[in-house]
Ligand binder design. Structure first.
Ligand code: PLP
Length: 447
């Protein structure tokens, strides 16, 4: 176990994610060989959760979520802003409620996500922005009735459908156009969105014309400019570039006589899955500078839509080793979680750090090179390939770290596998925020 940096007065291991996931010593008595390190979520040892709720199990730290949100708020304190957490990263109602209690807003991309927010906290509607390229009339009507803050409109056709819905309800829809700034971001091609070739937004070059049309509609109120260039972006420069273009557009639009109150900078700030530092505050500060520098003097209210950077490191997927398997010298750990529970490695070739939940202090753990795979009938069903891990036995618990974002949200029932339970831990207390599915529920609507 490598020690890498000091945090809050003590050293931490590269396999820890303070304040959420930290190893703590468990004394076993001298006769049984000293002490073990046991991975905790807040103050609760993971083996205790597994005893009660089984595996695979998603576990989240409320403390980590709160602290990361607070990190954003503090980094952006110099500019009026609202954090609109991107619901699609992790849409559990209890996590939304936790965030709503901190006065957080929400970015939704479907009527379903909006309903989740309203169930979590009806009063959060006024802090909701609605994004997405294919909003339906029904979804727009629901959002208008709920009184959301802003529609991020992505095409001229959508603009007219929204105008029609607002007219029918005799209300006014506040709109921003999501512009496509034609900025390249270094991320996986599936989650890059800010280039002309992508389906998202309207080209920034034709935005002025469309704003002019929008402002002519009685039931629309032009209120802002919005942008979102992609996800898992770790270099902050593209965020700055996009914002320079947005700032120019805001000046042009004001010159044209529009009242632009809001700039929505989207989400996309990446996290380090490989070598996570403990310097979240530094990263957000850098991000804040890149985004706010171009907006200086514009006097706008900033909307931010972080998803992954709030919940990613705050969650882990805990799984048991079912079998060890060795074929021709190639070693596999077959675990009870699979690609249906966490698809990021399969879908994006994503890396997740994997650590044994219990690490022995007295024995120097032997390392081995393994593939960590699930039981699903696909060769793409893996969590790690040729990974150096401490040797563990059948029955051992592993934690797949940084699984709080786009983990459960992307889970499926492929192979008729019930989705895992989810546990939210806050200090010493814990709550089952989603019970484990039963197989019968998976086919009952077919009978
Ligand atoms: C996905 C998405 C986000 C959140 O992205 P993260 O990478 O999770 O921060 C924000 N805004 C929009 C419009 C999105 O589609």
């Amino acid at each position: 176990m490598k020690r890498r940096s000091e945090f809050a007065g003590r050293f931490h291991l590269d396999s820890e994610r303070p304040p959420g996931f930290v190893f703590r010593e468990r004394r076993k008595g001298i006769l049984r060989g000293g002490a073990d390190f046991v991975l905790h979520c807040d103050d609760v040892p993971l083996p205790k959760l597994v005893e009660r709720y089984g595996t695979p199990l998603y576990v989240y730290s409320a403390t980590a979520i709160r602290e990361r949100l607070a990190g954003f708020v503090s980094a952006f304190q110099d500019i009026p802003h609202t954090i609109c957490y991107s619901v699609k990263a992790n849409s559990n109602v209890n996590i939304l409620r936790l965030l709503a209690r901190q006065e957080c807003g929400f970015d939704v991309v479907s009527g379903g996500e909006l309903e989740r927010v309203l169930v979590a906290d009806r009063r959060a509607a006024k802090r909701v922005v609605f994004s997405g390229v294919g909003k339906s009339r029904d979804e727009m009507v629901t959002a208008l009735k709920a009184g959301i803050l802003l529609f991020n409109v992505e095409s001229e056709s959508e603009l007219w459908v929204l105008a029609e819905c607002a007219t029918r309800l005799r209300t006014v829809a506040r709109v921003a156009l999501r512009v496509n700034p034609d900025v390249a971001a270094d991320t996986h091609s599936y989650i890059s969105t800010g280039l002309r070739k992508h389906k998202f937004g309207v080209p920034i070059s034709s935005a002025r014309e469309l704003y002019a049309k929008a402002s002519g509609a009685r039931h629309l109120r032009v209120a802002g400019v919005s942008v979102h260039i992609g996800s898992q972006i770790t270099d902050v420069a593209p965020f700055g570039e996009a914002m320079v273009r947005v700032a120019d557009l805001v000046r042009d639009l004001r010159h044209d006589g529009h009242k632009i109150d809001y700039v929505d900078t989207g989400g996309g700030l990446g996290i380090d899955y490989q070598e996570p530092g403990l310097e979240f505050a530094d990263n957000v500060a850098k991000y804040a500078r890149a985004v706010t520098d171009p907006l200086r003097g514009l006097n706008v209210h900033l909307l931010l839509e972080p998803g992954r950077s709030i919940v990613g490191p705050a969650g882990a997927l805990v799984t048991s080793v079912i079998y060890r398997k060795e074929d021709d010298g190639k070693r596999f750990l077959v675990v009870d979680a699979a690609m249906n529970d966490l698809i990021r490695p399969t879908l994006y070739g994503a890396y997740h750090q994997i650590v044994p939940v219990i690490q022995s202090k007295s024995l120097v753990a032997k390392k081995e090179i393994v593939d960590v795979v699930g039981p699903v009938c696909e060769s793409g069903d893996f969590f790690a390939r040729d990974r150096e891990l401490s040797q563990v036995e059948e029955g051992a618990l592993l934690a797949i770290l940084d699984a709080g974002a786009y983990g459960m949200a992307l889970a499926s029932n492929y192979n008729t596998r019930p989705r895992p339970a989810e546990i939210l831990v806050s200090g010493k207390s814990l709550k089952v925020i989603r019970r484990r599915e039963k197989v019968r529920e998976l086919y009952s609507s077919e009978l």
